[in-house]
Design a protein around this ligand. Structure first.
Ligand code: WT7
Length: 656
């Protein structure tokens, strides 16, 4: 892969400026090393100390790590807290009138919500949910546009101890249905429609479609936020309007105190089988991870205007929109729209307008903005920026340099943050006042995170050698289990063969360079990273074979200039091999089908038809050959086990 080659040759290094270091929370490499040494000495007390200092406890904890039932670790288990109290109430005495959220809608309308206002909105919705008999431990699916109300919905669940499960608004009815069903949700919070790039997209109608797909009898209430006033199906008494149920709801709601280990939320992500995994997070450990990473990696200061562009449908939006910034008492920007509407300078305009200091986005967004207007940032005053961040996939050095020079004006460090839905917060990322940056490397682990690269037997490999990325010791913000499937949790993350079931297996390959810097190479499983989003190849294959025309399908990734990876599907039809305009017609049909089955992000970029797929004699599809064909490269691998070599010719080029 070209990215890997270019990062292998990367020798540029960017030490932090004195100006940045002198004000930083971790202000030198020695200070970073001292934190690591403290954790090294006694990692449990290292975390306990911070959990005491930075979380407001209703009942203090006396136990730190409970590993008796490893890998089902518990942290601070006898403590009690409420996460929403930690994000809202704690600020009321000192900074109730500070703006918590600067919201900018798709069409440019700006709404400011202070901590007092946000607290009131959350309490009102929490009371309204309680009045609908939604209780501690109940699951609530949230399917919302990216607005203040999405944060309010999540915080209101946290306030009453309900477990939220946010489903990204771009997912289809089918995907939504699977998640509602798996979670056993009692309620859904949604909106009539969402607006992005000037276009309206249905949400409530999609919820209804999901509800019709059977087995969703658990759902008693659907709360609908009115975003557009568009025509929607509405079935009282199950369906209620957000504005009606909150109108007369009390503006104080005593938080539900929960155990440290009480699940704060589940969030579904793709794995290597067809079924998405419900990643379950804790309350206290998760919150602690969000807090320390805000301090160490985002170098958070009370004067910051923080902007993470991620949607709350992803973990990034959970940790760095809904929980991290609010726990810190920050002012943050939330933007409803897309970076290219109404023009390709929208992000830069927002930074200028709201004086953003910390800007956190994804490489795919950076690459598309370079393509659409590489010189556009120069037309805006971006002098408020002091720190940039990247997340979701490896950032190629060219995009890194552009981000650094054109957006950060060579003044702002870039924190390339490696982490996952399962880790809850940053794992490997530079403390920006301390660590010299190398474009394309996420640098070093956070203090207290014992990341390493191991071989198949679980032994650490030397620098320069690739291997499996693992985390050797438990950490507070880690995944607790997969919702309803503890066996799959153990198998996926603590398999016996790497680290003998003791290490957390991330599912990425990586290596460390001669200076010990970490470089992420990519997934080791059948998971693609398309525009920073995880997609299981099996999920897309299952969707394709569910179509009546399709007999068999195999999906692989191929490097893509903007999206990082593109989805390439090899398809065998039940009928005859298609020709001429049939190819285009069936391709469109299948692409639309996948969008309906999973969501538009999963649409194959290319479909190649064959009379068969390359298989071994035992009938196993040889995906590595398909990956080579997808890239348009010559096959140089050993094909002696291939049953039907002639098929390679047919699959070599896009079907005509
Ligand atoms: C996978 C996790 C948690 C952020 C959003 C994605 C890849 C994530 C980086 C990075 C290289 C990265 C990994 C990881 N990834 N950040 N900075 N450099 N790769 O969360 O959907 O759970 O995906 O994204 O492959 O395993 P996710």
């Amino acid at each position: 892969m070209s990215t890997i080659e270019s990062v292998l040759n990367e020798t540029r290094i960017f030490p932090p400026s004195d100006e940045f270091s002198s004000q930083a929370n971790v202000s030198s490499f020695q200070a970073y090393q001292a934190l690591c040494a403290e954790a090294e000495q006694d990692y449990q007390h290292f975390w306990a100390k911070r959990a005491k200092e930075r979380i407001l406890w209703h009942k203090p904890f006396t136990q730190i790590l409970d590993d008796r039932n490893a890998p089902f670790y518990k942290w601070f288990a006898d403590g009690e807290l409420n996460v929403s109290y930690n994000c809202l109430d704690r600020h009321l005495a000192t900074q109730a009138d500070k703006v918590a959220i600067i919201f900018e809608s798709d069409d440019g309308e700006v709404i400011r919500s202070t901590y007092r206002d946000l607290h009131q909105r959350v309490c009102q919705l929490a009371n309204a949910l309680k009045a609908r008999n939604i209780k501690k431990g109940d699951r609530v699916v949230i399917y919302m546009p990216m607005r203040i109300e999405a944060v309010v919905a999540m915080q209101a669940c946290a306030r009453i101890g309900a477990i939220h499960s946010v489903v990204f608004g771009g997912f289809s009815a089918k995907s939504l249905h699977e998640r509602i069903h798996d979670a056993g949700a009692v309620a859904i919070i949604t909106a009539d429609e969402q607006v992005r790039g000037g276009k309206h997209h249905p949400l409530k109608a999609t919820v209804d479609e999901a509800m019709r797909m059977s087995d969703t009898t658990s759902v008693q209430s659907i709360v609908v936020y009115q975003r557009t006033g568009g025509e929607i199906p509405f079935n009282p008494p199950r369906d209620v309007w957000w504005h009606e149920i909150t109108q007369n709801a009390g503006s104080e709601c005593e938080p539900e105190w929960v155990d440290a280990e009480h699940p704060l939320f589940t969030l579904y992500t793709s794995g290597s089988t067809g079924k998405p995994k419900g990643v379950q997070h804790s309350s206290a450990g998760y919150l602690l991870g969000a807090i320390v990473s805000m301090q160490w990696i985002f170098d958070y200061k009370p004067t910051d205007i923080f902007w993470c562009t991620a949607d709350v449908g992803w973990i990034t939006g959970h940790s760095y929109v809904t929980y991290g910034p609010l726990a810190m008492g920050a002012t943050q920007v939330i933007f409803e729209g897309i970076p290219t509407y109404p023009h390709a300078g929208r992000f830069w305009e927002i930074i200028q307008k709201h004086q953003v200091t910390t800007f956190y986005t994804a490489p795919t967004a950076i690459r598309s903005l370079i393509k659409l207007g590489g010189d556009l940032p120069a037309q805006y005053d971006l002098s408020s920026l002091r720190l940039l961040g990247s997340v979701g996939e490896p950032i190629n050095p060219e995009a890194w340099m552009w981000f650094y020079e054109k957006v950060g004006r060579s003044r702002c460090p870039i924190v390339d943050t490696w982490w996952q839905t399962e880790t809850g917060c940053h794992m490997i990322a530079p403390t920006p006042g301390a660590v010299a940056l190398k474009p394309g490397s996420c640098t070093f682990p956070l203090p207290g995170i014992f990341a390493a690269i191991v071989d198949e037997a679980g032994h650490e490999v030397e620098n320069g050698k690739g291997g499996f990325l693992v985390i050797k010791k438990p950490f507070p913000s880690q995944i607790r289990t997969l919702w309803g499937d503890p066996e799959r949790f153990k198998k996926a993350y603590f398999p016996e063969d790497t680290g003998h079931g003791k290490y957390y297996l991330a599912g990425d390959s990586a290596y460390r360079d001669k200076d010990g810097y970490f470089w992420i190479m990519g997934r080791i499983d059948d998971v693609l990273n398309v525009s920073g989003h995880r997609l299981g190849t099996m999920e897309i294959e299952s969707a394709l074979v569910a179509h009546p025309l399709v007999a068999e399908a195999a999906v692989v990734g191929k490097p893509h200039e903007i999206k990082g990876e593109a989805v390439i599907a090899f398809v065998v039809l039940k009928g005859k091999y298609p020709h001429g305009e049939e190819v285009a017609r069936i391709t469109d049909t299948l692409r639309d089908w996948v969008a309906k089955e999973i969501g538009p992000i999963a649409k194959p970029d290319e479909i190649r038809f064959g009379e068969n797929l390359p298989k071994t004699r035992s009938g196993k599809i040889m995906r590595r050959l398909l990956r080579t064909l997808a890239k348009g490269e010559e096959i140089t691998q050993d094909i002696s086990t291939l049953e039907n070599p002639a098929i390679l010719e047919q699959l070599k080029y896009p079907s005509k």
